[in-house]
Design a protein around this ligand. Sequence first.
Ligand SMILES: Cc1ncc(COP(=O)(O)O)c(C=O)c1O
Length: 421
Amino acid sequence: MTLVTDSPVWRPYTQHALQPGAVKIARAEGCWLEAEDGSRFLDAISSWWVITHGHRRPEIMQAIREQTESLDQVIFAGFTHEPAERLARRLVEITPKGLDYVFYSDSGSTSVEVAIKMALGFWRNRGKARTRIIALEHGYHGDTVGTMSAGARSAFNASYEPLLFDVARVPFPHQGREQQSLDALEAACKAGAAAFLVEPLILGAGGMLIYSAQTLGRMREICAQYGVLFIADEVMTGFGRTGNLFACEQAGVVPDIACYSKGITGGALPLAATMCKAEIFDAHYSQDRACAFFHSSSYTANPIACAAALANLDIWEKGDARESVTRLCGLQEERIARFRTDGRFDNVRRLGTITALDLRAQQDGYLASIGLDLLGFFNERGLLLRPLGRTIYVLPPYCITGEELDLAYATIDEAAARFSN
Ligand SMILES: Cc1ncc(COP(=O)(O)O)c(C=O)c1O
């Protein structure tokens, strides 16, 4: 495995003093990444959760090629274009009923930042002083200042703490302790809040923590009862990961605002959509220019990214995506089952296409060296997994085969033999 070491590139979430090199990838296809030196990596985390159907899915690549024949970036204030218009209509059709407006941006973080701003704008334009955000313990919503504020305080954001705004924090609804969490949410709602921001059913970067659809449903009801806006961050869960197209469907929940990114283009290009109910849009609709929604990214509604997203929606509506997801849920369950009674692991779990297991190790936490040791161990064996501390998770593209998953789990088994205690 050849590493690029002499480079001006500053990589994300990388301690360069400990991880001085990076593998230079030349080609990607299906579940595989191929490096310049010919070594191959099974992409068992979908390249940070974005690739849904598989790398370079032909229909999406074709749509991108075709779109480049007529449009590149076009300013999106005062101008629009067919890919953005068509995509917005189709998103309104496939997302939970009632999410009638679409605001485009270009990453998961911006989609959540937009959601928070929409919520605050809603209350301000209605003449109510509601600014407090409620968020779930261990949540992760991105790396901008607003999303870091709503996310868990951790090593990820310790340096920026003085800039972060305070939020009301609700304990994670661990199994058997759901009521505690619901009571805390109710108390925070009663105290007055603008919105509750939550990752539905599973907290990703917080450790792949799963909670029940019933609890999600109750959270939604509590917010409705106190008129607190309910924001679903479906950046990771959206587009099939939890077994349904959207995680909120499992609880019959219609959020007031929902954030989608990552899988929206099948992972091919950056794009995000923050969708909201008409009342949120209407609160900004006024003869007073000061009530407008003041947010934009230069690349808002990039036509090529919108074309990729439209091709992705075709795969969901007319193609094989739903069958692939159902098949993968089964394959994952078959493979994770034996680890449930394996004493080297705690909390072996699956939600839809995602599995996670906590290696019994002396060290805990994201910064524990076990995370880097495991990462290196997997990389050397041609497996792309990025454990969160001692939490190993498998979140693969939907095209992965049983044999490819067997490779991944055999390597996890080997890692446990080496690193568990
Ligand atoms: C739930 C959730 N929200 C927001 C984000 C931020 O997305 P991005 O990295 O595209 O800014 C992530 C990224 O992993 C996420 O998992």
